[in-house]
Ligand binder design. Structure first.
Ligand SMILES: [Mn+2]
Length: 412
C-alpha cells in the first residue's frame, strides 16, 4: 500500500489487522525551538510584570463596594461592582480608568483621556458626537494588559478619564475655543492629552491647545484617507480643514505635517492645492504598500521630527478600509487593514508623542461596535507602545509656557 508519510522501511510499527505500515513522521523542522517563538517569549515576559496595582484595586473595590456575599469563594469580589470587573458592569470611563471630576487634579496622572463630543464640522454623515460614549462603552471589554507587548497599563502608568469637553453644538468657533482651553489645561498639567472625537474639525483646536503651552516646534503624523487642509468648506472651518489652521500656528510648520493613507475619490482639490502650496508630506496607500510598514514609519518619523521637538498623532478612523469601519462620517474603500493601521501607529508612537486624537467614529452608522472597538485599540496600542519604549511622560519637557485656567469659587 502506498503511504505518503512513509520514511522508509526501517521505521515501521504494527497497526491493527496485522498490517505493517510505516510510522508517520512530521519532523520536518528538527531545529524548531518553540521557546524562540515570540508567542513563548511574550508568555515569559508576563512573569516580570508587577501586580501591586491590581492588588490595590481589589482592596479599593472592597472598601468602596463592600465585601461580597459569604457564599463567594473569591473574597476579592465586592457586593457593588467597582473597578475593572466584571467587564459588562459599572459606570464606564475609558478602560475603567478613574473619572477625574475635579479636573484641577489631572496632573497627578501620566495620561488623561477626554471626550470631545462634537460633530458640527461634519459635511456628510453626522453622529460623531456619540464617539466618546461608544469608545468608553466598548473599551470596557479590554484588560489593561497586552500579551504581545508584555505591558500592563495599570501597573506601569497612571491613566484617568477627565470626561468630556463642554462643546457648543451649533457653534464651531465657540467649540474650538472650549476644546483648546481644555487641551491646554491637560497639557499644562503634564498629563498626556488623549482626545476622543468628535469629527476631524477638532484637530485644529486640539493642536492649538498643546502648541500654546510651548515655545517648541510640533510635527504631526496624520492618518487619513482625506487631506483635510483646505481653508474652509461650506463657508466654515469644517472637518475638511484642520491642518490649514493648525499649520498656520507659528510652531506647527506644514513641512512637519506627514499625511499617511491619503487617496480615493473624496479628496477635495482645494485641499490638494493647499498641501502642495504648503509643502506637506503625503503618502498614499500605494506608497505605504510599496515601502512596507517599517519603512513608511521610519520616513514619517524622519519628516515629522525634522527640527521638531515633539510629534502629535491624529488618527482618523476612516484611514482604515471602510469594510472594517462602517461607523464613520466619510467611509472610503481601499484604506489600511486594521492590523496594518495598528502596527503603523505603534511604530510612529514609539519615539514618543505630545498628544493623540482619534476622530470620526460615528456610532449611529456602526455595526456591533466594530468601528469604536478599532478606535479604542488605536488608543490602547499607543499607550502600550509609549510604556514599552519608556516614552510615557517624555513630552513634558516641551511644556515651557503652561496656562492657568481659573476654577470657579468653592461651593459652600
Ligand atoms: Mn477622513
Amino acid at each position: 500500500m502506498f503511504d505518503i508519510f512513509s520514511t522508509g522501511p526501517t521505521k515501521s510499527s504494527r497497526i491493527g489487522g496485522g498490517v505493517t505500515r510505516a510510522k508517520p513522521s512530521r519532523r520536518h523542522h528538527p531545529d524548531f525551538d518553540k521557546l524562540q517563538m515570540r508567542g513563548w517569549k511574550a508568555a515569559e515576559k508576563e512573569a516580570e510584570l508587577p501586580s501591586a496595582a491590581w492588588e490595590k484595586e481589589k482592596q479599593w473595590a472592597l472598601r468602596m463596594g463592600l465585601t461580597g456575599s459569604d457564599c463567594l469563594e473569591d473574597k476579592s469580589i465586592p457586593t457593588f461592582a467597582r473597578g475593572e470587573l466584571p467587564h459588562y458592569a459599572g459606570i464606564n470611563t475609558f478602560l475603567k480608568a478613574p473619572y477625574i471630576e475635579d479636573v484641577t487634579a489631572v496632573g497627578a496622572y501620566d495620561a488623561a483621556v477626554m471626550g470631545i463630543p462634537f460633530d458640527g464640522g461634519t459635511t456628510y454623515r453626522p453622529g460623531t458626537r456619540f464617539g466618546p460614549q461608544a469608545l468608553r462603552k466598548i473599551s470596557a471589554l479590554y484588560t489593561p494588559y497586552n500579551y504581545e507587548m508584555g505591558v500592563d497599563l495599570r501597573e506601569q502608568m497612571t491613566l484617568c478619564d477627565v470626561g468630556d469637553v463642554f462643546t457648543i453644538p451649533a457653534n464651531i468657533e465657540k467649540t474650538f475655543d472650549q476644546i483648546t482651553r481644555a487641551v491646554s489645561h491637560v497639557a499644562s498639567s503634564g498629563a498626556l492629552p488623549i482626545m476622543i472625537g468628535g469629527d476631524h474639525s477638532i484637530g485644529f483646536p486640539c493642536v492649538r491647545g498643546i502648541a500654546q503651552c510651548t515655545s517648541k516646534r510640533i510635527g504631526i503624523v496624520h492618518f487619513d484617507r482625506h487631506i483635510d487642509i483646505q481653508e474652509k468648506d461650506l463657508d466654515e472651518r469644517m472637518h475638511t480643514t484642520p491642518w490649514f489652521h493648525a499649520t498656520d500656528l507659528v510652531n506647527v510648520p506644514a513641512v512637519n505635517l506627514v499625511q499617511v493613507g491619503i487617496g480615493g475619490w473624496q479628496v477635495p482639490r482645494e485641499g490638494v492645492t493647499e498641501a502642495r502650496k504648503r509643502n506637506t508630506n503625503i503618502f498614499t496607500m500605494r506608497d505605504v504598500e510599496e515601502m512596507g510598514l517599517a519603512e513608511t514609519a521610519a520616513r514619517a518619523l524622519e519628516l515629522a521630527w525634522k527640527d521638531a521637538d515633539a510629534v502629535y498623532i491624529s488618527f482618523d478612523i476612516d484611514s482604515v478600509d471602510c469594510g472594517f469601519v462602517p461607523g464613520t462620517g466619510w467611509p472610503e474603500p481601499g484604506g489600511f487593514l486594521p492590523r496594518e493601521a495598528l502596527e503603523l501607529v505603534s511604530l510612529v508612537a514609539k519615539e514618543g508623542i505630545c498628544g493623540l486624537e482619534v476622530v470620526e467614529v460615528s456610532p449611529p452608522y456602526d455595526c456591533s461596535d466594530i468601528t469604536a472597538l478599532l478606535a479604542t485599540r488605536v488608543i490602547v496600542d499607543v499607550l502600550g507602545t509609549l510604556v514599552s519604549h519608556g516614552k510615557m511622560g517624555a513630552h513634558k519637557h516641551i511644556i515651557d509656557k503652561p496656562v492657568s485656567i481659573p476654577a470657579g469659587p468653592d461651593v459652600v
